[in-house]
Design a protein around this ligand. Structure first.
Ligand code: IVH
Length: 674
């Protein structure tokens, strides 16, 4: 064999192995090492080499198969209709080739196309019988997927019942997590000391493919449906009409889809989407162009894995190459130490990126990141920059490993790493960095809502030692504030009046504002309804807390730990002395005392918050999870899985009209109903 052929053969083998390895990381472990773009480049290189040297091609080559298999623990589901993949094009020329090929196949160019977003999530099939959701399955390898029925039942966007009562209907769509929910989810994970997800797609995959569906239920998953895979009755004969039909039946259908005809129109729309992709609230990695006519789709047919009538026109990768100038440690509200790489600023997808989180020490080691390294940065999720890899071949031979400090860079305390967690923490609650973040949280809208107490002012207050503990906020006075740079009389007055107003905020807001680890707004409300004053809460034992539906052992431990700490108790005394409201409002006089309500779906006349406070004023408890103790479920539009569960638990269900009646005349209503 010639040298060149030998080289090609070796490269093909190498590529196959590498592709299989990355597929496993992506599909099975939800933890890819390289960006989608890099992965596509590997597949492309392999395809080109195999075309040039067909003698080296094997049947099991990744170019002939689709990634994704059934992971252990899941029941396999055979797809009645295979879930095909899509061929990719990356530029106008490649797209033109696709069009010409297709025109030739169908014998005409007088046709329309539907251009849809290519959502970056997890392809999933939903099975309906006589209008009822009966099964959900991941794509798997396209022929056999994983049974995720229990999991899909927990996703609020997925209708459990649709208006189409056909004997059987199977639809396909994409399960995903929006950019905003992804950001929140990762913040929460960092707080809990578990590794964050690299991007929304991994978060969605890791959340749907859970053997324990109660975990899926806690994740903010959504789903767009875009295809009717199988129907026992006749369906429209164009893709565009099918999308309309799906929407009418009750599915969530994306509204970026457009019916277009000429190459120019399609490319223009592609350019428009590319430029505006940052404004789309969910991740899309391209545009899917589909032949509109279904009879013509059938005429064009499929290859072993892709339809010949559709193509994924990928967006340019949002990646950039730059150098790491420094690695610094950032201290969060709960003391979490996050290493952050300071970059030589680089423009990626129109935005200048100058820093990227390295998340934790393990991540730095895994990627072997060093100061001075050239790195590839991707704006994962279109918003949050992410370090994809280090160009090790370009590394300065003198570079040294990053040494995580032993002490907090802000206060010098010895760093602590809780067992089983990847996050290191500064244990000193009085660390200035922690105090600043704690004040921000305390004063936030969801907390004590002190407007005017923003980042810049907090910085000054802490640096000038005017605030050392949260409770010092209530010791601020004119004399102290007026001395601060750029604080005029008027702003001092306004701030003091805002601080004064915050003293009468709801008790649950105060509990949230304390910033106890893992205690979010929902937990704070639960605590308010079970421990009507701060003294009751201080006395609570772990077992009292875990007895509450919705509070797990980890959260309970954090709460008890918080109120065991001398300093925190002292702080609470000071809050009491300052006259803060540390009690739940008395509600026992209301007609609904002793009753627990729960709200699901969207109400048309008021927000959920408004409904909650009306109910609470009537003495009711308003829960956040459905349990045997729930007395009434109020159902708005698009109710989630709670409705199905409520029916099975025998909870009384009220629609919005009935709820309105109840509010108007509670006594009478209850007499009839009880
Ligand atoms: S159509 C036969 N439409 O992209 C039709 N797919 O790279 C094939 N995807 O596995 C699928 N958005 O999970 C289609 N609007 C969309 C899509 C979409 C995302 C995913 C799908 C597929 C992958 C192919």
């Amino acid at each position: 064999m010639s040298m060149e052929r030998q080289f090609v053969k070796r490269r093909i083998e190498e590529l196959r192995k590498e592709i299989e390895r990355h597929r496993k990381l992506y599909y099975e472990e939800n933890n890819p090492e390289i960006s989608d773009y890099e992965y596509d480049q590997l597949e492309k290189e392999l395809r080109e080499l195999e075309e040039l040297y067909p003698e080296f091609k094997v049947k099991a080559s990744p170019t002939e198969t689709v990634g994704g298999t059934v992971t252990k623990g899941f029941t396999p589901v055979k797809h009645p209709v295979p879930l095909l993949s899509l061929d990719n094009v990356y530029n106008e020329n490649e797209f033109k080739d696709f069009l010409l090929r297709l025109y030739k196949l169908i014998g005409t160019n007088d046709v329309d196309f539907v251009c849809e977003l290519k959502f970056d999530g997890l392809s999933t099939a939903l099975f309906y019988e006589e209008g009822k959701l009966v099964k959900g399955a991941t794509r798997g390898d396209g022929n056999v997927g994983e049974d995720v029925t229990e999991n899909v039942f927990t996703i609020k966007d997925i209708p459990k019942e649709i208006s189409c009562k056909y004997k059987s209907l199977i639809v396909r769509g994409e399960v995903f997590i929006s950019k905003e929910d992804f950001k929140k989810l990762n913040e929460q994970r960092e707080e809990e000391g578990v590794p964050p997800f690299a991007n929304p797609r991994n978060a969605a995959a890791g959340s749907l493919r859970q053997l324990d569906a109660t975990i899926t239920a806690k994740r903010p998953l959504s789903m767009f449906v875009y295809q009717i895979l199988l129907s026992s009755e006749l369906i429209p004969d164009t893709q565009f009409e099918c999308l309309k039909q799906l929407k009418e039946w009750g599915f969530k259908v994306d509204d970026h889809s457009k019916l277009l005809k000429t190459e120019r129109e399609i490319v223009d729309y592609y350019n428009y989407l590319t430029e505006n992709r940052d404004n789309i609230p969910y991740d899309a990695d391209g545009m899917v162009v589909k032949l509109n006519s279904i009879p013509l789709q059938n005429k064009a047919g499929n290859t072993a894995k892709d339809p010949r009538w559709a193509v994924a026109y990928k967006f340019p990768p949002e990646i950039g190459k730059t150098m790491i100038k420094d690695i610094v440690i950032q201290v969060g509200r709960t003391g979490a130490l996050t290493p952050v790489a300071i970059l030589e600023p680089v423009k990626i997808g129109g935005v200048v990126v100058s820093r990227v989180s390295l998340h934790n020490e393990d991540e730095i080691k895994r990627k072997d990141v060093r100061v001075g390294d050239m790195v590839q940065i991707e704006r994962a999720g279109g918003v949050i920059p992410y370090l994809v890899k280090v160009f090790k071949e370009e590394r300065n031979p003198d570079s040294r490993d990053f040494q995580f400090p032993e002490t907090c860079p802000v206060c010098g305390s010895k760093i602590h790493q809780p067992e089983g967690e990847v996050i290191k923490r500064c244990p000193n609650r009085n660390c200035k960095a922690q105090i600043k973040e704690a004040i921000r949280h305390f004063a936030s809208r969801e907390g004590m809502d002190i407007s005017g107490l923003g980042r810049v002012l907090i910085e000054k207050l802490v640096e000038n030692n005017l605030i050392n503990y949260l409770s010092d906020i209530y010791k601020l006075d004119e004399e102290k504030l007026i001395k601060l740079e750029r604080m005029g009389e008027k702003s001092v007055k306004n701030l003091l009046s805002e601080i004064e107003k915050s003293k009468s905020r709801e008790y649950s807001k105060f509990i949230y504002a304390l910033g106890i680890r893992m205690v979010g707004e929902e937990t704070a409300s639960l605590l308010e309804s079970h421990f009507p004053s701060i003294d009751d809460l201080i006395k609570a034992k772990e077992e009292d807390l875990t007895a509450i539906d919705g509070i797990g052992p980890k959260v309970a431990k954090e709460i008890v730990e918080f109120f065991k700490t001398e300093e925190n108790l002292k702080m609470i005394d000071e809050f009491k002395n300052a006259g803060l409201n540390l009690k739940a409002e008395k509600k026992e006089a209301g007609p609904f005392s002793g009753l627990t309500f729960l709200i699901t779906g969207t109400l048309s006349n008021m927000t959920r918050e408004e409904a909650k406070s009306l109910l609470k004023n009537l003495g009711a408890k308003v829960g956040s999870t459905l349990t045997k103790e729930t007395d009434y479920l109020i159902v708005g539009e698009k109710p989630g899985s709670k409705l199905t569960k409520a029916k099975s638990l025998g909870v009384k269900i009220l629609n919005e009209q009935e709820f309105q009646k109840l509010l108007k005349n509670p006594e009478l209503f209850l007499k009839v109903d009880r």
